[in-house]
Design a protein around this ligand. Structure first.
Ligand code: RIB
Ligand code: CA
Length: 349
């Protein structure tokens, strides 16, 4: 594993629908010396896009990242009506956390302009990371068809292949919100050389990455936060953290909501780390074992609309267009999260 303090920096455009796990993805990137967050773009998904922007600005300001552009993007999917999920992520999208309101405004540039300008200015350098619906990226590739070939790499959190969906029986949330945009993106990235195929972090692997209360406790210890940060399943729902360190306090309040939600749906008192895993892979692809496939979207299925379908064996006679993550080491992922975000929390205080 490379030393993050000496590894070459990775410039990223990060497109999110912040959300609880998107929040941890942003914290992970802010805590990673090798990450250069070029800009953050916001799409509607977990919560409306303007709330996503507020959440992003608030997390950035809390961590001292006041100079990163946050641009608003699509407020609705390109075809179907917007659906949001405050039930999963809380009324503001950050669980029980109540972040200080940001003082900085959202950018006056649209998300698509941010994407297109960045890849044209730095061809072959930018890593795109999308942890929400693919609406902004789809709109950007429609405006700039050469965008896929100008990105160094694209990492997507989305889809479910040999794994049950979390939105409908066969669909994953980010794709289900805007399946047409997902199809535009997968089609647009077809035909690229294998090393440029989008890396897909689907539920197949992200639902194996289960944050437990002990991970938050370890992160708080790494930060030097007091008292010990214990999220107990026996606590009344909505219990608030009293951690001395702000990032520990707010992250704990956010993740607790997610653990309560997963428990309510019989998945255990835990939180699936979908987006921070994708962020970790965007910085270090060696964290993921991938397998090539041809991915396409079911758009017409009465029961399966929004399903991501992987042809692993060439049955369609079409070239591969994706590198699907099929394995990882969850404990190595958590080691990095605890070390990095714990260090950031210690620094911020
Ligand atoms: O299905 C999980 C994904 O949907 C995550 O990105 C979560 O934040 C939601 O957007
Ligand atoms: Ca997300």
């Amino acid at each position: 594993m490379t030393d993050p303090t000496t590894a070459p920096r990775t410039p990223l455009i990060v497109d999110v629908d912040t959300g609880i796990d998107d929040s941890l993805a942003l914290l992970y990137l802010m805590a990673s010396p090798e990450a250069e967050i070029v800009a953050i773009t916001c799409t509607a998904g977990n919560v409306p896009a303007r709330q996503v922007a507020t959440n992003n600005l608030a997390w950035l300001e809390l961590c001292g990242y006041d100079d990163v552009e946050v641009a608003l993007g699509a407020e609705v999917p390109i075809v179907q009506p917007l659906m949001t999920t405050e039930e999963t992520h809380g009324p503001q999208g950050i669980g029980h956390a109540e972040l200080p309101a940001p003082t900085r405004p959202v950018s006056d540039r649209h998300a698509t302009e941010v994407w297109i300008d960045a890849v044209r200015r730095r061809p072959g350098e930018i890593v795109g990371l999308v942890t929400g619906p693919l609406t902004n990226l789809a709109l950007a590739v429609k405006l700039c068809p050469e965008l896929p070939s100008l990105l160094k790499r694209l990492v997507i959190m989305g889809g479910a292949f040999n794994h049950a969906g979390n939105t409908l029986p066969t669909t994953e949330w980010n794709i289900a919100v805007d399946p047409e945009s997902a199809k535009i993106v997968f089609d647009a990235f077809s035909g690229l050389p294998a090393e440029r195929h989008p890396v897909i972090c689907a539920l197949d692997v992200t639902e194996r990455i289960e944050m437990k209360p002990e991970h938050i406790a370890a992160l708080a210890r790494e930060a030097g936060s007091t008292p010990e940060e214990i999220i107990s399943p026996e606590d009344p729902e909505g219990t608030r953290s009293t951690a001395s360190h702000a990032i520990v306090r707010h992250l704990s309040d956010a993740v607790r909501f997610y653990m309560e939600f997963h428990r309510a749906y019989d998945q255990g008192f835990l939180a699936h780390m979908h987006d921070p895993f994708a962020a970790a892979v965007a910085l270090d692809p060696s964290l993921a074992t991938t397998r090539g496939a041809t991915v396409d979207l079911e758009l017409a299925g009465t029961l399966t609309r929004g399903q991501t379908v992987a042809d692993w064996r060439g049955m369609w006679g079409r070239p591969h267009n994706a590198a699907i993550v099929v394995d990882t080491d969850p404990e190595e992922f958590f080691r990095r999260v605890i070390e990095r975000v714990g260090r950031l929390a210690r620094t911020v205080g």
